[in-house]
Design a protein around this ligand. Structure first.
Ligand SMILES: [Zn+2]
Length: 301
């Protein structure tokens, strides 16, 4: 999974042609996690799938070149078309399939900042990655500010915006009856420190608040879909929150003691959590937290 994420990010950065070639080798695997709910693992962000009498609803859709394999994998669960796509945020490893799904008639739903960012060229500073504007068919056609609720397949799907977390357009998706929660990229489960995309409006405090919202929706039997990594439990999400809070406190203490970022990194505030080989390295995560606590959002670009 760690290798897959590194690969996915490499593909995100690569030119479309070579990304297409690399992504052609990726298989899409389906895991059914609750009645009417499955997860699709491939390259890029984990896809949540609601299926049943009312058709298919997907939460995120990975990369454009994966579109046919994702649709084929969905068809093995339920041959009906995809009626709705919900994007947890704007990043290309979660929205790349939008164009294919939109062209086949799916209604794409997301927070208004997802549409805004996808509508123009973006620069992800931490990855030094310039991302072109998305084609019109890939843009969300239904946008919301606080959230939206879908009543389909005998369940109630609450889509709720969490502010300034991984980006400024994140949403969590909660299946009330199935007791499933999709955290988007506010949760990287075990395989890497989280990516806080500060240039897209993310922040450590927003990330912790998003996790608190997810925990409040969860109980001991909730199946939690992270943006990346295997399906998790409430205990996994709670451990992740404890890590975020611990590293934040250590970085804040260093800032209060007038230490530089390099001095704080030298104290290894994140080393206790392993994941040294993850996509986001411990020192980089510390740098995200440091920037988040020292630079007011309005000065970021
Ligand atoms: Zn992301």
């Amino acid at each position: 999974m760690r290798r897959l994420l590194a690969f996915a990010i490499a593909a995100l950065l690569a030119a479309p042609a070579s990304a297409q070639q690399d992504l052609s080798k990726v298989e899409v695997r389906v895991e059914r996690i609750a009645p009417g709910v499955a997860v699709l693992f491939g390259a890029g962000g984990n896809i949540g799938l609601s299926y049943g009498a009312d058709g298919n609803i997907v939460v995120d859709d990975q990369y454009a070149p994966m579109g046919d394999r994702i649709l084929a994998a969905i068809a093995t669960v339920d041959p009906d078309p995809v009626r709705f796509v919900i994007n947890t945020h704007w990043h290309g490893d979660h929205t790349g399939g939008n164009e294919a799904m939109g062209n086949r008639g799916a209604v794409i739903v997301a927070h208004s900042n997802v549409r805004t960012r996808m509508s123009s060229e973006q620069f992800i500073a931490a990855l030094a990655s310039k991302v072109p504007a998305s084609p019109a068919a890939a843009l969300p056609v239904v946008t919301f500010e606080d959230g939206v609720t879908l009543h389909l397949n005998g369940d109630t799907l609450h889509v709720v915006h969490v502010a300034d977390a991984h980006t400024d357009g994140d949403s969590l998706v909660h299946w009330q009856k199935a007791n499933v929660l999709h955290m988007g990229d506010t949760f990287f489960n075990k395989m890497s420190f989280p990516f806080i995309d500060l240039s897209s409006g993310g922040s450590i405090d927003g990330l912790i608040a998003a996790v608190d919202k997810g925990l409040a929706w969860s109980n001991e039997t909730t199946r939690i879909i992270p943006g990346h990594g295997p399906v998790a439990s409430k205990a996994d999400l709670a451990a992740y929150r404890a890590m975020l809070v611990d590293v934040r406190a250590k970085v804040a203490a260093g800032i209060a003691a007038k230490q530089s970022l390099a001095q704080i990194q030298a104290t290894k505030p994140a080393a206790a959590y392993g994941m040294a080989e993850g996509f986001i390295k411990p020192d980089q995560f510390v740098a995200f937290v440091h920037e988040s606590l020292t630079k007011p959002k309005k000065h970021r670009h």
